[in-house]
Design a protein around this ligand. Sequence first.
Ligand SMILES: NC(=O)c1ccc[n+]([C@@H]2O[C@H](COP(=O)([O-])OP(=O)(O)OC[C@H]3O[C@@H](n4cnc5c(N)ncnc54)[C@H](OP(=O)(O)O)[C@@H]3O)[C@@H](O)[C@H]2O)c1
Length: 350
Amino acid sequence: MHPSNKIFDQVLVGTWQLSGTHGAIHPKKVLENMHRYFENGFCFWDTADHYGPAEDFLGTFVEEVEERHGRKESEKIKILTKWVPTHPQKRGLPECEIDSAYITKNIDRSLKRLRRDQLYVLQLHWWDYEDQRLYDVMNELCKLKDQGKVLHLAVTNFDAKHFEKLLKDGYPIASNQVRYSLIDRRAEKDMLRVCQTYNVPLLAFGTLCGGLLSEKYLGQDDPERSLSFSEKGLYHKLINQFGGWSQFQDLLHVLDEISKELNCRLSSVASQFILGRKEVSSVIIGSRLQHDHDIDKTKEIPQIFLSKDQREKISNILDRGLHLGDWMGEVASEYRGKAFVEQTSPSLKE
Ligand SMILES: NC(=O)c1ccc[n+]([C@@H]2O[C@H](COP(=O)([O-])OP(=O)(O)OC[C@H]3O[C@@H](n4cnc5c(N)ncnc54)[C@H](OP(=O)(O)O)[C@@H]3O)[C@@H](O)[C@H]2O)c1
């Protein structure tokens, strides 16, 4: 557990990979792998109401752990889910009234799918800050927290300004979950300052760049055309914005050198670099639960330690790349705003 944080573990298992956009899902295999993660000490899961059947799988998993090992063991499983209030036909906020009944119905659906009486963490996504219903929704979510339906309230993909406003207004926000990796350091622009000021942690996703930060791509030609958008294509776009494939190769070389010094995987060095920031309590590792191979790699991430020299070596390479924050704007701007919603609905997923 991160010394300054009692709510989250350092590594959360991410379930976007179950959304249906990462290849066929074999239910038996998925559940077997969930149990393997649990047996290996991973108890914290990140999911969302819109990740296909992910919440249902987690609900079944919780039930199976209870049947096999008893209630006390199953209660060790902590699930962070998200509520993304979405218009039925497009991305963006629903046009109907988002009142108490509407919110409760959505939260109850997640509770039912997860087979729980209380959501451990509920992370709210908000598409458009001009839509002032945000504050009514936050007030209603606080009521659900008071009633015990939600233990911790959190947000996801909030920019620094609106995250800070919620904190300043006194909303009990446990964390903000954003994309933050070696190639996408927009969080460093202002978000880390907010986290420090209010002592609220960041949960970082995308630290593996969808799997591109790996030995597999070291010394390889640019694979752009062979990448599907939802698995790696989006991250490849970020690599182009960071400085392109050759700049990325320079980064992979440095990570490879350090991974050899530490006798670990290159991907673990990349994730640990972000996890080592004091404002980051956790990294969320997107797991292909339809395969077997990632648990050992994932276990390694919190166990390695990067020296000051090793961190500097990585920072020097990053400083040669473009800083996405300088021109791409605020954290998660790709997930918000009317223009984004209109441009991308309904084809762009996550
Ligand atoms: N809040 C949001 O808007 C939001 C958006 C996106 C994701 N998320 C959350 O964050 C999680 C992770 O983000 P992400 O899926 O975008 O990217 P990610 O964690 O950067 O990449 C996941 C990919 O890395 C590879 N991998 C998995 N474990 C590994 C390990 N230990 N070492 C090396 N490679 C490993 C796998 O690809 P290969 O099998 O190809 O190697 C996997 O599909 C998601 O599952 C989801 O829970 C949240």
